[in-house]
Design a protein around this ligand. Structure first.
Ligand SMILES: C[S@@+](CC[C@H](N)C(=O)[O-])C[C@H]1O[C@@H](n2cnc3c(N)ncnc32)[C@H](O)[C@@H]1O
Length: 232
């Protein structure tokens, strides 16, 4: 069942954007993007020795953040279906991190394999989001955590006009300037406005996985959201 954009279009969008992705990301988050990933990592209670899978890892910054936080003690895997994004992750030169091609809706890992499964700014780009949530839940150990970082409409009415203006007007300009691919950033911006956030995404996660609790927190007035779901 299709809930998101067509996979083949997303794959080629990110293959084309890969070379400028990190710089574009830094610009559109005003340099704050990595600190939001650090917040997600800290909230996940990751422990040395954990088995960690980052799906839709892109250029790998979230799994690299886990690797550095746990001082390389554990197993660290980043997967994505854009080969070009993975190439840019691999050249960051962390040979202990396994970067593998995988579709988040069809993971080749056994049930109950990971302590933490994460996905940052990936879910809204996945065509079959229900299947991705099901798969990420399936490969988590009981008590393991699904950690998601995403955008979506802010719940704070006083922030909405500012964030909507930023997303629809400023972000495509900044991203377009850095990447010379303004249309890609127009897509990224419109996908933010249409994506369920807060309680709505918690419900989607609950309905498609096996979780005993789900919480979320807003970041920067609802510019982003982080979600923590604990597997039954
Ligand atoms: C906005 S980027 C996020 C990359 C990285 N996680 C980050 O936070 O910077 C979205 C990523 O999702 C990946 N993606 C989208 N759908 C996917 C799927 N079904 N399976 C694997 N990767 C997918 C894209 O290839 C892209 O690298």
């Amino acid at each position: 069942m299709k809930q998101g954009p067509e996979s083949s279009k997303i794959q080629s969008l990110f293959n084309n954007l890969a070379g400028s992705y990190d710089k574009g990301n830094q610009w559109i988050t005003l340099g704050l993007g990595q600190s939001w990933k650090t917040k997600l990592i800290n909230w996940s209670d990751a422990q040395p020795g954990d088995q960690i899978l980052d799906c839709a890892t892109g250029t790998g910054d979230l799994i690299i953040g886990y690797y550095e936080k746990l001082k390389a003690q554990g197993r660290f895997i980043g997967t994505d279906f854009s080969e070009k994004m993975l190439e840019h992750a691999r050249v960051k030169n962390h040979p202990d991190i396994e970067f593998e091609w995988a579709d988040a809706t069809d993971l080749k890992f056994e049930d109950h394999s990971f302590d933490i499964v994460s996905m940052s700014y990936g879910l809204r780009n996945v065509e079959n989001r229900f299947k991705a949530i099901f798969e990420m839940s399936r490969v988590l150990k009981p008590g393991g955590r699904l950690m998601i970082l995403e955008t979506g409409p802010s719940p704070y009415f006083f922030m909405r006009p500012f964030l909507d203006f930023y997303n629809s007007k400023i972000m495509p300009l900044l991203g377009g300037y850095v990447s010379q691919q303004g249309d890609s950033y127009k897509y990224l911006s419109s996908s933010t406005q249409n994506f369920p956030s807060g309680k709505k995404l918690c419900n989607m996660i609950q309905e498609n996985g096996e979780f005993k609790s789900i919480e979320y927190k807003t970041i920067f007035g609802g510019a982003s959201f982080m979600y923590k779901a604990i597997k039954k």
